[in-house]
Design a protein. Sequence first.
Length: 221
Amino acid sequence: MSKGVTWGSRDTLWIFSDTSHDSESSDDSLDDLTIAEDKALAPPLFTGTSAENGEDWYRHFEHYCSHKKMIEPKKLALFKVLMTDLAGNWLASLPDTSTDSYANIKQAFDARYKVPEMVKYKSAKDLFSLKQQLSESVDDFCAGLQKAARIIGADEKNTVYAALNGISPSLVGFIAHRKPETVATLLEAARIAELIIPAQKNAQDEVSSQISEVKAEMQKQ
């Protein structure tokens, strides 16, 4: 608004000015939301410890780059920035021919951090030996099982079989009756089963209590 132009009363001018301020505040709020969303979606630093799963981290990284529509030079730069601690030392030790393109650095990362086939074979055996603990919910159990399934590349069908094999026996009958074909439908049935079927520990405690009572009665005779 230029000087010498009268738009109305002082109140009108104040309202016009306030609206402009609100518009600027809205823009700032949108910027803050965008920054917050970006931080929430961005992949974490990769340190290269044994506690981290390189394949899971890389999958997150690829999804983020795809979401941001990054071209390969930007992906390469971001990849290098996210390597820290042990992984940073590994990156610094690579020859230039392994870090000069995104394809080459991805190949080097796979060679260093991709799960070996022998470990995958062991994980495949472990997948069907996992058992739900008494203090463990079906959600927590299935989350761990799905992570193990991803390591070996198990399909949905085998993951469901492994879950049915490992979930508490007191719940399996109800779940199997629903004939789940996906982990999502299995979890839906398992959550219902947890609500309506007494916990196995309680059932075991009740049986133990009954046995103790019978023994006590026999000793009195």
